[in-house]
Write a protein that binds this ligand. Structure first.
Ligand code: PLP
Length: 385
């Protein structure tokens, strides 16, 4: 079997249709959208079309969309841009399980005199909304809470949180990078002020994303320079990327149903079989409120990296909940925040599927995985003989 790609939360294959839309924009239609000539002007129309395609998927106005270089920029702009627009407020609330694009940006604020509160999660990865409500005060400039977790797929009740936070006059940002195209969104019916997304998680190209800014939200631009993106994000537009992102949004809107049914069916089949065939395994995170494509499973007493290496020999790509940093194996901050025991956190594997996966790939992985776990357990110093 060729490569079996179960690492779609890391990045996705660019859809053929997306690539086809992008191709002419490199060597044929390469003008600068800001130029006065007709050739450049054509690019402006392409960008307008992409903005409409994205707005349709998100259920918002095209004017509420700013194209950025990806999720990291959208997150940083939301955080820093909101604080710059509210210089008298010094408190930010986030969670312990955010992506580093949010966590690092927030932690850096502490060096600049801000108070940053990181909300805890329970063992299923869920938040306590009563705790959040108590923390909201006049000094709070921003609450930034991810829509769904990239490691576990756990979905937070974002519409409820947005209502709570904005009801107190506080700006609410959500990192929805893992959500777009997997579950439906309708921003016109939500109180979210700012939302980040990234094309490469959506079968679009890398290096391009969206920052949704609700009309009327105060945000100081982070990137200054030219007048692109209505003065909200300077820099010559990544036209091929933006066009690709627009097409990816159009396809995502068409494929949402499939993502929710076929992808979920494959994920559940894989997960149920691995839990059954591998003793000492468990799912990390709330299984009810979860992205349809993500499964994070801990295999007790084995190293995630060792599992990945052995899966890799069979051409199976997944990812581990633990990151190897400077020779010491640190379990994932998300699993640690959930209180997953050390012996489980180290042996966690994330499978993240897409509409391009097949049942044959799932069956192949179900066949290969249990002998890998058994073999590693035999070698494990943690398992009593
Ligand atoms: N936020 C989340 C939840 C992510 O999963 C990622 C990417 O892994 C990012 C932000 C960063 O997005 P980008 O790679 O487009 O900068």
């Amino acid at each position: 079997m060729d490569t079996v790609y179960f690492d779609n939360n890391a990045t996705t294959k660019v859809a053929e249709e997306v690539l086809e839309e992008m191709k002419p924009l490199f060597c044929q239609l390469y003008g600068n959208p800001s130029s006065m000539h007709t050739f450049g002007g054509q690019m402006g129309r392409k960008i307008r079309q992409a903005r409409q395609q994205a707005a349709h998927l998100l259920g918002c106005e095209p004017a509420e969309i700013i194209f950025t270089s990806g999720g990291t920029e959208s997150d940083n702009t939301s955080i820093k841009g909101t604080l710059a627009a509210a210089p008298n407020k010094r408190k930010v609330i986030t969670t312990r399980v955010e992506h580093p694009a949010v966590l690092a940006a927030c932690r850096d604020l502490e060096n600049h005199g801000y108070t940053v509160v990181e909300l805890a999660v329970d063992k299923e990865g869920r938040l306590d909304l009563a705790e959040l409500e108590e923390l909201l005060d006049d000094d709070t400039a921003l609450v930034t809470i991810m829509y769904a977790n990239n490691e576990t797929g756990v979905i937070f009740p974002i519409d409820k949180i947005a209502e709570l936070v904005t009801g107190k006059g506080i700006v609410f940002h959500t990192d929805a990078v893992q959500v777009i195209g997997k579950i439906p969104l309708n921003l016109s019916k939500s109180n979210i002020d700012l939302l980040s997304l990234s094309a490469h998680k959506l079968h679009g190209p890398k290096g391009v994303g969206i920052l949704y800014v609700r009309k009327g939200t105060r945000l100081t631009p982070f990137m200054v320079g030219g007048h692109q993106e209505a003065g909200k994000r300077a820099g010559t537009e990544n036209v091929p990327g933006i066009v690709g992102l627009g097409k990816a949004c159009e396809l995502a809107a068409q494929n949402l149903e499939e993502e929710n049914s076929k992808v979920k069916y494959l994920r559940d089949k894989l997960e149920d079989a691995l839990l059954k065939k591998c003793p000492g395994s468990r799912v990390n995170g709330d299984r009810e409120n979860r992205l349809p494509n993500t499964s994070n499973i801990s295999f007790e007493y084995v190293e995630g990296e060792a599992i990945l290496l052995m899966l890799d020999k069979f051409g199976i790509c997944a990812s581990s909940g633990s990151a190897c940093t400077s020779g010491s194996l640190e379990p994932s901050h998300v699993l640690r925040a959930m209180g997953v025991p050390f012996t489980s956190a180290h042996g966690s594997i994330r499978f993240s599927l897409s509409r391009y996966n097949t049942e044959a790939e799932v069956d192949y992985t179900i066949e290969k995985m249990p002998p890998i776990i058994n073999r590693l357990r035999e070698l494990s110093p943690f398992v009593a003989g």
